[in-house]
Design a protein around this ligand. Structure first.
Ligand code: PLP
Length: 394
């Protein structure tokens, strides 16, 4: 008999038979994400890195920023990385750096977080949405050419949930119509498409270091990456008040700089990103094992891509009841996202109900299960058992 006693709240996993059964103390809970646990492991290095910035006093665009930019560019297998204050800013400044603005159209996914659409709008351009592929829930390349007009200047595919978008067919279309391709890689740090890193697949890419992302700062942060030296140079101007030399302003810029404190923290965390993503994939593999026979849809398995499971999203028509059931067991879940951008009051004119049927239908069915590198086998087994019980009982 194999019984594994985990350290977490007295959970006992019985590994006899094909489906592990979990019995636990009444106080067991599984968090949706667990940032404290992730940081505890690196506490000493994180504290030292922060102390270093405090000692140097170079809080704004200090040496920690330059260093992290170089490290992150190398990680993404690109030439240039420019640290900014959020993923939203990375997207907005990239659009501006390519000279895209009023009168221009930018194509993006109907199924995305509001920031992708918001950045296009804030840069003065017009977002044009394309519905999702029903399997991957990413922007469907088959629907792109139908919305291209003489005003279309760019395309922002989103690697949603950590699953790379179908970049090859998108590149072909972009080249045919001379469009700039900016990846929204804000959920895909470390993902690969045909062996290549997210961030190196388009002309440029935007990353977010919001704390709950696969690589997270101690607050807001972001990065724009590209192989184009001119674009990188414009990004540096735009993020820093249009200034190269202090008090000399070449263009109207913004204050969108990455703080040195965040950069120092991110330098400590970056070397662990690949192994943390591997832990996410292990947790996902366990979910796949334990949930495969249930009447739910599991995340897509797409050949020649390496997803990083920023989120583990299942689909069910009985979402409301299932959320209730899981909440009773103190299992943290989320919905990413309950209302698509075109149905938000913030974005009138992007489309009516019924215009993006895949996105709209799936918005009512998607459910994000607990997913983070600290998730133990027992945690995943416990969540899976709770879901199994729900479908067996009713
Ligand atoms: C998080 C996220 C963003 C924005 O990043 P922030 O750092 O929160 O501004 C943009 N797009 C997607 C898909 C995201 O998940």
């Amino acid at each position: 008999m194999v019984v594994e006693q985990t350290k977490q709240k007295g959970a006992v996993v019985d590994l006899r038979g094909s489906t592990p059964r979990v019995s636990v103390a009444d106080d067991r809970a599984v968090a949706f994400v667990d940032l404290a646990a992730e940081n505890r492991v690196l506490e000493r290095q994180l504290t030292a890195a922060i102390a270093g910035v405090v000692e140097r006093g170079d809080f704004v665009l200090g040496s920690a920023v330059t260093r992290f930019e170089q490290e992150f560019a190398a990680f993404c297998e690109v030439e240039h990385a420019v640290g900014v204050d959020s993923g939203f800013s990375a997207l907005e400044l990239l659009i501006r750096a390519y000279g895209i603005g009023p009168g221009d159209e930018v194509i993006t996914a109907a199924n995305t977080f509001m920031a992708t659409v918001g950045a296009i709008q804030l840069a003065g351009a017009t977002p044009v949405l394309v519905d999702a592929d029903p399997l991957t829930l990413n922007l469907d390349p088959r629907r792109v050419e139908a919305v291209i007009t003489p005003r279309t200047r760019g395309m922002i595919p989103v690697h949603l949930y950590g699953q790379p978008a179908e970049m090859d067919p998108l590149r072909v279309i972009a080249d045919r119509h001379r469009l700039v391709v900016i990846e929204d890689a804000c959920q895909a740090h470390g993902a690969r498409y045909k062996g290549r890193r997210a961030g190196s697949l388009g002309d440029a890419a935007a990353f977010s270091f919001y704390p709950a992302k696969n690589l997270g700062a101690f607050g807001d942060g972001g990065m724009a990456v590209t192989n184009d030296a001119e674009v990188a140079d414009r990004l540096r101007l735009l993020r820093n008040l249009g200034s190269r030399v202090k008090y000399h302003h070449e263009v109207t810029g913004f204050n969108h700089r990455l703080d040195s404190l965040h950069a120092a923290v991110l330098s400590v965390k970056l070397p662990h990103l690949d192994s943390n993503n591997q832990l996410r994939r292990q947790a996902a593999a366990t979910y796949f094992d334990l949930l495969q026979d249930l009447p739910i849809e599991l995340p897509p398995v797409v050949g020649d891509t390496e997803t990083v499971y920023h989120l583990f999203v299942i689909r069910t028509d009985r979402r409301r009841e299932l959320i209730e059931h899981l909440s009773e067991q103190r299992i943290g879940v989320g919905i990413h996202y309950p209302i698509p951008p075109h149905l938000q009051p913030a974005f009138p004119g992007l489309g009516d109900r019924g215009d993006f049927p895949v996105t709209e239908t799936q918005a009512d069915r998607i459910l994000s299960l607990p997913m983070h590198p600290g998730l133990s086998f027992a945690d995943v087994a416990w969540v899976s058992q709770a879901i199994t019980e729900f479908f067996e009982r009713r």
